[in-house]
Design a protein around this ligand. Structure first.
Ligand code: ARG
Length: 440
């Protein structure tokens, strides 16, 4: 019965003219039907071993990597398509664990009020392409209005638009009047953001609602923020009790939880509640660092963001109070990044793209190295660690057999100069070339 179904499927695909009898030869025929590609890499960054390998061949069948090894040892099947990156350095596709694809960096504060959720989703189509072309083959979108991120993920997966693999949260969940509410309008307008929840049971219900409409990740706002009106970045918002309810509900439903948390007490309580990652982490103290290390909680610090906010924020409509708040947290966050990393806290790469322009994500590598990581460690944060945080270690994050063929290349040496990663020359996602290598 099974064999008949396979035969029917292959026939439907037009893969074979006449079906051989044995199941074994049918399996061979199925493999032959898949497009085989051999990528020759002058250098290959092995993020698992933390070293750079010379002159490698990566064999790809369909969407997945089937073999990786020295060019002299890998047998390239006759008829395979060959991609020559022998003058480049190849890396696994990068992962940004904190983006807002539906966010337009030119429209902050009151300038954002005229944008409908549908218009924002249309902008997200544009941002998805920019992000993928910049070498980010996977992103975790931590908060979007109108479930726009879920629509983007599904349209990308259905092949209608071009973009990275996505983890998505729907609306971020937080308290009334908090960072994840929208506090720009006066009471006359009766506006409350859809992610608002007060009390453990409302918070649980919001988790259920996000899951119902397709969220595979839950985003919460544990503290105030920089870009929200009328709150303090360092002040706690969700209570420990609320966060415990959220995490229990989310984990029960198989979703990880990402907690926006700048202030020390919000970071502590988020970790105690069992969140999977702390986002921003700006004012993390010794206790937060100790707890994150003990519990294995990832910390995702957006340490490029400060540059754009202070230089371009006012023009983009950010409120004067936001710029003041940024001056309080920006520098401290970078110092705490170094402190937390040195203390052994697990870190994944996340940038908050959407606050600043999509496609500039890799600008953050410079700061990660300036504030204490080696270039290899920064690359690992954006590959293998990101994959682990997203729960996708089985499919992305390294160039290994069995994983998706998500590959990028740069001309120079990113281990000497991490800014090379801002000049990605080649992008492949799931075996399909999205940005071809320049002709020599
Ligand atoms: N979305 C964040 C907030 O509004 C941005 C924080 C940016 N600042 C920083 N130093 N990372 O709180």
């Amino acid at each position: 019965m099974k064999v008949n179904i396979l035969a029917a499927m292959l026939a439907a695909l037009g893969a074979v003219a006449s079906m051989p009898a044995g199941a074994q030869s049918q399996a061979n025929a199925a493999a032959a039907a898949e497009h085989v590609v051999a990528v020759r890499a002058g250098k290959l960054v092995d993020v698992v071993a933390g070293k750079v390998l010379a002159d490698q061949v990566i064999l790809i069948s369909g969407q997945r990597i089937t073999a990786v090894g020295p060019a002299a040892n890998v047998l390239v099947p006759a008829g395979a398509e060959r991609i020559d990156l022998s003058h480049a350095t190849v890396l696994p596709g990068l992962i940004d664990a904190h983006v807002h694809l539906t966010g337009d960096p030119k429209l902050h504060g009151y300038q954002s009020l005229g944008v409908s959720d549908i218009r924002a989703a249309m902008y997200g189509v544009h941002a998805a392409k920019l992000t993928l072309d910049a070498g980010f083959t996977t992103v975790r979108n931590v908060g979007a209005g109108g479930f726009g991120d879920i629509a983007l993920r599904d349209a990308i997966n259905d092949g209608e638009i071009t973009g990275p693999r996505m983890r998505v949260a729907g609306y971020a969940i937080g308290i009334r009047g908090g960072h994840c509410d929208n506090n720009l309008l006066p009471a006359d307008y009766h506006y409350t953001e859809n992610g608002v929840a007060d009390g453990p049971w409302q918070a649980r219900a919001k988790v259920r609602e996000m899951a119902k409409y397709g969220a595979d990740t839950i985003k919460i706002c544990a503290s105030g923020g920089v870009l929200s009106k009328g709150d303090e970045a360092g002040a706690q918002q969700l209570t420990l009790e609320e966060m415990r309810a959220i995490v229990e509900e989310a984990h029960k439903l198989g979703r990880k939880v990402a907690a926006h948390a700048h202030g020390a007490s919000s970071i502590r309580d988020a970790i105690l509640a069992g969140v999977d990652s702390v986002e921003h982490g700006s004012l993390i103290d010794d206790e937060g660092i100790r707890l994150a290390r003990e519990k294995g909680t990832y910390v995702v610090m957006d340490i490029y963001n400060d540059d754009y906010i202070l230089q371009e924020g006012a023009k983009a409509g950010m409120l004067p109070e936001s710029l003041e708040k940024e001056k309080m947290v920006g520098r401290v966050q970078r110092e705490n990044f170094q402190k937390a990393f040195r203390a052994g806290v697990k870190m994944a790469f996340g940038t908050d793209a959407g606050v600043y322009p999509h496609g500039d994500n890799a600008r953050q590598f410079y700061y990660m190295v300036k504030y204490g990581m080696t270039p290899m460690q920064a690359i690992q944060a954006a590959t293998i660690n990101g994959a682990d945080l997203l729960g996708w270690k089985d499919r992305i994050g390294s160039v290994s057999p069995g994983k998706y063929a998500d590959l990028i290349a740069v001309g120079g040496d990113p281990l000497q100069d991490p800014a090379e990663l801002t000049r990605v020359t080649f992008v492949m996602k799931g075996g399909a070339v999205v940005k071809p290598a320049p002709q020599k």
